[in-house]
Design a protein around this ligand. Sequence first.
Ligand code: NDP
Ligand code: 8X3
Length: 218
Amino acid sequence: MKTAFVTGATAGIGIATVRRLVADGWRCVATGRRQERLDALVAELGADKVLPLCFDVRDTAALDAALASLPEGFRDIDLLVNNAGLAQGLSAAQNANLDDWQTMIDTNITAMVVLTRKLLPQLIERKGAIIAIGSVAGSYIYPGGNVYAGSKAFVNHFTLALRADLHGTGVRVTSIEPGMVETEFTLVRTGSQEASDSLYRGVGLRACRRISTSTGWN
Ligand code: NDP
Ligand code: 8X3
C-alpha cells in the first residue's frame, strides 16, 4: 500500500483528496491545524488509513517534529500533495494589509518549498510523485488578487522548475490549477459566511485550467 502526505486535509480540496486517495487504496498522512477535524477524519476513514499530524505549516520546527514522529507504515512517502493554502483579503494593492500578504507568502510559498525540499530525498529514493495545488488565479488576474495570485503563479512556476530538476529521477511532478471550488476558502479570505455563500451560489461549473504532467504519469 502506498502512502500520501496531504497538507491542508481539514477542509475543502485537501479533505476530498484524502477521501479519494483512501478510497483508491492509499494510506494518507493528513495535516492541518484543527485537531478535531483530523480526529473526525481518522474516525471516518480508519486509523490504519489516516495518520493525523496537527501543526502549522509555517512553523518549520513543528514540521520537523511532525515528520520525525511518523510511525512505521506512514513513514515512507510516495506522494506529496502540496494543498494547504489560503487567501487573505481582497483589497487593492495600495490598500492591502501587509500582515495578510506575509501570511499568504509564508503559507502558500515558503511552507510549500520547505516541505517539498525536506521530502525530496525520499521521494527520489521511492520514485514518488508531487502534486501542487496552484490556481487559475496564478494565470488570470482579478482586482484584489495581487499577492494571492502571485503566490499561485509561484506554485505553478515552481512545479515546472521541479520537473526540470527532477527529470531522470523517476519522480513525477504535477500541478493542478483549479477554478472556483466551493470550500472554506472564501470564508477564510473574507471572514464572512454571507460573502462566501453569495460567491458560490448558482455556480454550476468547476473550471480547471491545466493539469500538467511529466512523462510517465498515468
Ligand atoms: P479551505 O480553506 O477549505 O482549506 C484550506 C486548508 O489549508 C485547510 O485544511 C487548512 O487547515 C489548511 N491550512 C491553511 N493554512 C494553514 C497553515 N498555516 N498550516 C496548516 N494548514 C493550513 O480551502 P481550499 O480547500 O479551497 O484550498 C486548498 C488549496 O486550493 C489552497 O492552496 C487554495 O489556494 C487552492 N485553491 C482553491 C480554490 C477554490 O476556489 N477553493 C481554487 C484554486 C485553488 P487548518 O485551517 O486546519 O490549518
Ligand atoms: C482560488 C480561486 O478565483 O477565488 O484560487 O482566486 S479564485
